[in-house]
Design a protein around this ligand. Sequence first.
Ligand SMILES: [Zn+2]
Length: 158
Amino acid sequence: MTARVETLPAERTGLVTSMTRGFLGRCPHCGEGRMFGRFLKVRPNCDACGLALHSHRADDLPPYVVIFIVGHIVGYFILELETNYDVPLWFQLSFWPVVTLGSALALLQPVKGAVVGLQYALGMGGFATLPVRSVAVSPPEEPQRGQSDIRSPGLGPA
Ligand SMILES: [Zn+2]
């Protein structure tokens, strides 16, 4: 006899854990499956727990957050160099675009993952329902056999 399988509702992961898992490119629900199939392409489902990732609505928030972060950091250091040091113009014109582009590309995927984790933790859009968890339950005890199942030694075919 095979073990009976029961489905139980899974618990939603907390906000900080979900966003951290997303930032690291992992599924916000289980933390094991990978979130991205390509650079910014979110996988349709988590290959570990089955969470539907395709229903996220990150849209324009990740690039907006990346521009906000990179703009503040790069802008601060450009201003700092320009006001306090005598830096040649060719350096400013060649160094900062490379730093800006590199840090923006490096942050885009983690920030998008964190945004998807945020939407998951808040139950937004397609994350309102969670995948069900399967738990194997031990089979029930065999019922007592009735008298008809017991064969008497002398009554078998001759
Ligand atoms: Zn998962």
